[in-house]
Design a protein around this ligand. Sequence first.
Ligand SMILES: C[S@@+](CC[C@H](N)C(=O)[O-])C[C@H]1O[C@@H](n2cnc3c(N)ncnc32)[C@H](O)[C@@H]1O
Length: 231
Amino acid sequence: MYNNNLSFLNLDFLKIKILLKRNIYHFLNKSKFLFNNYFGKYKYTYGCDWFYKSEINQKAKFLLGHKNKKNFDILEIGSFEGLSTTYFIDNFLSKSDGQITIVDPFLLYPEKLIPGTLLNQVQIRNFFFNISKSSYPEKVQYLGLTSDEFFEVNNKKYNFIYIDGMHTKKQMTKDLISSWDSLLIDGVVWMDDYLVDHGRLKKTLDKTIESLKGKHKVIHRGYQIAIKKLA
Ligand SMILES: C[S@@+](CC[C@H](N)C(=O)[O-])C[C@H]1O[C@@H](n2cnc3c(N)ncnc32)[C@H](O)[C@@H]1O
């Protein structure tokens, strides 16, 4: 016991800081989970909100106008706790025979990845919990793959693709090009973080958009970008 205390004192300041941060983060997430679960403003449970204040949440219904389409297939790259996924299910799949395919290996950004931690387990549990509470859980196909792994084998085409996976310049460019090839005519690719880091990615993404095959129209340009395939 005495020795344990001594070794604890020997830990340097940085290690203590990391330990504290991790535990506080975990505690806050768990509390948020419980709070949202029982008293939440929203039907869904989450520890981290990337969705409710996003442009896609505010504008997609108006811009897509696909609410009552019969066949509407959605692909989502990067679902996290499923907030965007449940929004798509509830708002775009009610009259559709189509489904939503989710591609997410459930990794955080690699440098932040702490394998096997409870934090990850809570987030994954939130995802499955939220999907089960959505209007049509049976219309969900979850694939635990990276987008690269998925596009390597995919031959299906989609009406709508939301790209919100790995946010590096290289991966976003790759995801945009592959998504475009998997998009039907009249379909829309919507991408998060177009203006991330004061426009660090914008120039590269603009060049990629200009080089996309066929005719296209940018139907939304803000922090996020949405591009429609015309021909
Ligand atoms: C910003 S979160 C998605 C947020 C979610 N769309 C929302 O609005 O609530 C990014 C997600 O992308 C996933 N991800 C990271 N790298 C990926 C990759 N290469 N392919 C697919 N998904 C990836 C992560 O596991 C994480 O769940």
